[in-house]
Design a binder for this molecule. Sequence first.
Ligand SMILES: Nc1ncnc2c1ncn2[C@@H]1O[C@H](COP(=O)(O)OP(=O)(O)OP(=O)(O)O)[C@@H](O)[C@H]1O
Length: 310
Amino acid sequence: MLQTNVQATPLVTMTGAGTCRQGRWLVRGVDLSISRGEIVTLIGPNGSGKSTTAKLAIGVVRPDEGHVSRLANLRVGYVPQKLAIDWTMPLTVDRLMTLTSSLRGREIDAALEATGIRHLARAEVQHLSGGEFQRALLARAIARKPDLLVLDEPVQGVDFAGEIALYDLIKTIRNTTGCGILLISHDLHVVMAETDTVICLNGHVCCRGTPEVVRESPEYLRLFGVRASQTLAFYSHHHDHTHLPDGRVLHADGSVTDHCHPADGHHHGDAGRAGPMRIVHAHGPDCGCGQVHSNPAATGGDNVAERRDA
Ligand SMILES: Nc1ncnc2c1ncn2[C@@H]1O[C@H](COP(=O)(O)OP(=O)(O)OP(=O)(O)O)[C@@H](O)[C@H]1O
């Protein structure tokens, strides 16, 4: 689990909030609060009201019932799910940063540095990879040092290895700036296990709590099924190495070796593998990593995940 520094005064508080269009409630009765240093993740099927809830939280959409309050002078960094960019027009990354408001050069540099794409400042946005583009959007959102970062599906178009790197980056941003983060995900990727509070939506709040609590709840299981819960169980433990497509092993300290270390715990996953239901931990008697697999206590890891290894 993440180290958190959640402070008492919420940045945003929603109480029984809902919004209605053409006589249809898009979402209703949402109670939600986000504090500094907290990561709240909205999950739910397509059309379940995740984006609408985020827009209610930051004031882009007004509630037709209930109440939404925000800290005075709250600064919000928002990465929407869709961005209206004219891809026929040349647009560099540093120009993207200042499209809607002005920023000083050093603010641009700092944000690009923090997201690991400073070297791409002059690159054309349309030539960026999926992961680089998401980092550029993230840089744009953090440049004004927001109190609250709202990220609507920030890993779209990114492969699995890039996805993990992006979530690590989001965590780092939270840890270094102390901002609150509202994340939206339409499925159950690594994000759910990396979060403080999960809110499961389906037009209303189905269930909420820590990832551990949510994955056991009957509402969650009804919505996503038992297999999803097991996948989450896998993700909710410490991951310390990643198997690269060429068979080598990338360790948490950045070193790359031909095989696992004897003390290695769990994988991040197989780099490049796609899809939400990845069962990635492949340790077994012949995996060569030197771990004892039959005794969960031997590795000190999460029991549920260890049982899956045996
Ligand atoms: N401005 C609007 N007017 C009418 N209906 C809308 C409007 N905005 C959203 N909706 C509808 O509200 C529902 C919830 O939409 P929302 O975008 O919040 O869902 P979501 O959970 O974010 O979905 P997805 O995972 O597909 O992105 C959908 O049925 C959508 O069609």
